[in-house]
Design a binder for this molecule. Sequence first.
Ligand code: ZN
Length: 83
Amino acid sequence: MPRKKIPIAVPPGSKWCHSCAEAKPCQMFGVDRRNADGLNYCCLRCADGKLRERLGRSAEFSRVADRLRAMNRVSDPTRPKVS
Ligand SMILES: [Zn+2]
Protein backbone atom coordinates (compact mmCIF):
# COMPACT_ATOMS: atom_id res chain seq x y z
CA MET A 1 0.00 0.00 0.00
CA PRO A 2 1.46 3.41 -0.92
CA ARG A 3 2.09 5.76 1.96
CA LYS A 4 -0.01 8.89 2.12
CA LYS A 5 1.94 12.03 1.39
CA ILE A 6 2.29 14.44 4.25
CA PRO A 7 1.74 17.99 2.90
CA ILE A 8 4.11 19.81 5.29
CA ALA A 9 7.47 19.20 6.96
CA VAL A 10 6.78 17.83 10.42
CA PRO A 11 9.06 19.37 13.08
CA PRO A 12 11.18 16.98 15.18
CA GLY A 13 9.33 15.65 18.22
CA SER A 14 6.10 15.95 16.32
CA LYS A 15 4.10 13.54 14.22
CA TRP A 16 1.54 13.91 11.48
CA CYS A 17 -1.96 12.84 12.39
CA HIS A 18 -3.48 11.18 9.35
CA SER A 19 -6.93 11.53 10.80
CA CYS A 20 -7.19 15.25 11.58
CA ALA A 21 -4.40 16.09 9.06
CA GLU A 22 -2.32 18.15 11.49
CA ALA A 23 1.18 17.89 12.89
CA LYS A 24 1.00 17.31 16.64
CA PRO A 25 3.56 16.70 19.40
CA CYS A 26 4.47 13.02 19.86
CA GLN A 27 2.95 13.10 23.37
CA MET A 28 -0.41 13.54 21.70
CA PHE A 29 -0.14 10.10 20.09
CA GLY A 30 -0.98 6.73 21.55
CA VAL A 31 1.41 3.77 21.47
CA ASP A 32 1.18 1.33 18.59
CA ARG A 33 4.04 -1.16 18.47
CA ARG A 34 3.02 -2.33 15.01
CA ASN A 35 4.12 1.05 13.67
CA ALA A 36 7.76 1.73 12.77
CA ASP A 37 7.98 4.69 15.16
CA GLY A 38 5.98 2.91 17.88
CA LEU A 39 3.23 5.50 17.79
CA ASN A 40 -0.33 5.38 16.58
CA TYR A 41 -1.00 6.85 13.13
CA CYS A 42 -3.57 9.25 14.57
CA CYS A 43 -3.49 11.43 17.66
CA LEU A 44 -5.16 10.49 20.95
CA ARG A 45 -8.07 12.80 20.30
CA CYS A 46 -8.80 11.15 16.95
CA ALA A 47 -8.20 7.67 18.37
CA ASP A 48 -10.68 8.45 21.15
CA GLY A 49 -13.24 9.62 18.63
CA LYS A 50 -12.76 6.51 16.52
CA LEU A 51 -13.06 4.26 19.55
CA ARG A 52 -16.30 5.92 20.58
CA GLU A 53 -17.60 5.55 17.05
CA ARG A 54 -16.67 1.87 16.98
CA LEU A 55 -18.22 1.19 20.39
CA GLY A 56 -21.36 3.01 19.30
CA ARG A 57 -21.53 0.94 16.15
CA SER A 58 -21.04 -2.38 17.97
CA ALA A 59 -23.76 -1.40 20.43
CA GLU A 60 -26.01 -0.68 17.48
CA PHE A 61 -25.01 -4.00 15.90
CA SER A 62 -25.87 -6.02 19.00
CA ARG A 63 -29.23 -4.29 19.19
CA VAL A 64 -29.98 -5.32 15.59
CA ALA A 65 -28.68 -8.85 16.22
CA ASP A 66 -30.93 -9.15 19.26
CA ARG A 67 -33.91 -8.06 17.21
CA LEU A 68 -33.10 -10.59 14.46
CA ARG A 69 -32.68 -13.33 17.02
CA ALA A 70 -36.03 -12.44 18.56
CA MET A 71 -37.67 -12.52 15.11
CA ASN A 72 -36.13 -15.92 14.37
CA ARG A 73 -37.46 -17.25 17.61
CA VAL A 74 -40.99 -16.32 16.56
CA SER A 75 -40.92 -17.46 12.94
CA ASP A 76 -38.47 -20.37 12.95
CA PRO A 77 -40.21 -23.16 10.97
CA THR A 78 -37.77 -25.83 12.19
CA ARG A 79 -38.81 -25.20 15.75
CA PRO A 80 -41.08 -28.02 16.94
CA LYS A 81 -44.57 -26.81 17.73
CA VAL A 82 -45.90 -27.34 21.20
CA SER A 83 -49.26 -29.09 20.97
ZN1 ZN B 1 -5.74 13.72 15.10
